[in-house]
Design a protein around this ligand. Sequence first.
Ligand code: ZN
Length: 330
Amino acid sequence: MKINKTDVVAALNSSAESNVIRQRTLKTAIGCSGVGLHSGAKVTMVLQPAPANSGISFRRTDIAGRGAIVPALWSNVGDTRMNTCLVNEANVQVGTVEHLLSALAGMGIDNCVIEINGPEVPVMDGSAAPFLFLIECAGTVEQDAPRQAIRVLKRITVTDGDKSATLSPSAGGFRLNFHIDFASAAIGQQDFSVALTKGAFKAEISRARTFGFEHEVAYLRANGLARGGSLDNAVVIDSTGSRVLNDDGLRYGDEFVRHKILDAVGDLSLAGAPLLGIYDGVRSGHALNNLLLRKLFADQTAWATTTIAAGSAAAQGLALAAPDKLAVNS
Ligand SMILES: [Zn+2]
């Protein structure tokens, strides 16, 4: 057999491609139903496999036509009061997307269509664990395309009073550091730091529940929020700020700061691809997390897309040196 130059180039390309992390989707469709935390609406949701390079998107099955598709992207974030709500150009919304998106990002899912027959993702138990369970039940498959990640090249910060959110370059994968400081004695000051790997996400972050204060509930409900909220899907702190009202207490001693990281993983997944960088959140929330992405993408010199070499520090999710193994494409 005669081997020409084209064959050699093709062979080299395929061996280079076989050495990079590939995109993943679900093996099969899997669904659940529940109520929305804020709307209280009962919804059914099905996670569907999706083709390579299609990303994560929602499809409202109760709405006809193209307006039913709501891509999970930072540019589609509308309301950020107490949740991250996506809205498309047809003004079709999907609310409280952050815990589900966190589970998809934490489990390394690049492509998925989330079919939902109402305006808000079900809250389940207030954490990402039930979604992680669904993803594990469905299983995941590797796809025939390299995963594209977004490498942070410059330090970007957004602030609002004493709150801030920062992205900085990392030589490895994606690390999140978070600091919270509440006047409530039940929360107080908490710090947590995690390198985002599948194992760390599942063990250290996924089970942390959303939380709120008893005295806020009436105000939130009067403003159309927290209508589906209960002790079954949130940690609630009493009006003195010193006691957790849930009978079973907390799942982690520092569940609150872990949940803030869970939210940040979901909010930052709206970059549209995994981030390689270091996130520092100080009392940050959904609004600042979204502003951070807007500021990052407004500066073309602050980021670049890249594939991830198998076995590299980025592939491990560890912030360790191995930048030479990363091929920056643009
Ligand atoms: Zn949350």
